[in-house]
Write a protein that binds this ligand. Structure first.
Ligand SMILES: [Zn+2]
Length: 226
């Protein structure tokens, strides 16, 4: 008689694990340890919405939501994705949003040499400038990680290092939507929050944008670009 397969129970709620709670805290707190990186706004009468990893197949849909909800965002664009969608940086700007650099290849900068980091930043700045007509002055490394010895490299290319203080996790399908809502409910004036422009998580990101817009209206806050 064949062995009965052991039935799997319902998956544990991801947010309920201690590991995930710690990961969320770490993602939101760790950027503040970077010397010289901007993680919050100086004033408290607005929040900065930042959107990483685009452009993508769903950027235009995100832009429609931003427009209908009267939100503006700073898009930290990946150079390689810009090469696939060269028309989108200009469209993002036309709508009153800002474009910034998220590097070129979206690889971790921790393992790259000084020269490798310099080249990745330079390549992204060049393709974003070529396609949008604007050279970015802000840089956010992929995964928000940069080796301490390389902190000065973005500035040497005319870019301020910008991270965040509120990490939502919209791209991570293991985090349930009520938990995303709980994280968004913590947003206050002066925060820099990060969402993602990825086709695979568009539904979750758009839900976050609509909820954020509602909360900002209640708190009489606006979004500003960096
Ligand atoms: Zn990224």
């Amino acid at each position: 008689m064949p062995k009965r397969k052991k039935e799997k129970g319902p998956p544990l709620s991801y947010r309920s694990t201690i590991a995930e709670k710690m990961r969320y805290r770490l993602h939101s707190v760790a950027p503040r340890l970077y010397p010289g990186a901007q993680c919050r706004l100086s004033g408290r009468d607005a929040v900065a919405l930042t959107i990483d990893d685009g452009p993508s197949e769903t950027t235009r849909d995100l832009l429609s939501i931003l427009e209908s909800e009267s939100l503006t965002a700073t898009f930290f664009l990946s150079g390689a994705a810009v090469e696939v969608h060269p028309d989108l940086p200009g469209v993002i700007l036309e709508q009153g949003n800002a474009v910034a650099s998220h590097g070129f290849a979206h690889a971790s900068m921790l393992r790259k040499s000084r020269k490798g980091v310099q080249e990745d930043i330079a390549r992204s700045l060049s393709v974003i400038e070529k396609t949008s007509g604007q050279r970015p002055t802000l840089y956010r490394p992929p995964y928000g990680r940069l080796h301490p010895l390389h902190y000065g490299l973005p500035r040497a290319q005319g870019c301020r290092l910008v991270l965040w203080n509120v990490f939502i996790g919209d791209y991570d399908h293991r985090i349930d939507v009520p938990e995303l809502h709980r994280r968004l409910a913590t947003v206050r004036g002066g925060d820099i929050l990060v969402l993602h422009d990825q086709a695979a998580s568009f539904d979750r990101t758009s839900a976050c944008l609509r909820l954020l817009a509602g909360m900002l209206r209640i708190r009489d806050l606006q979004t500003m670009t960096l």
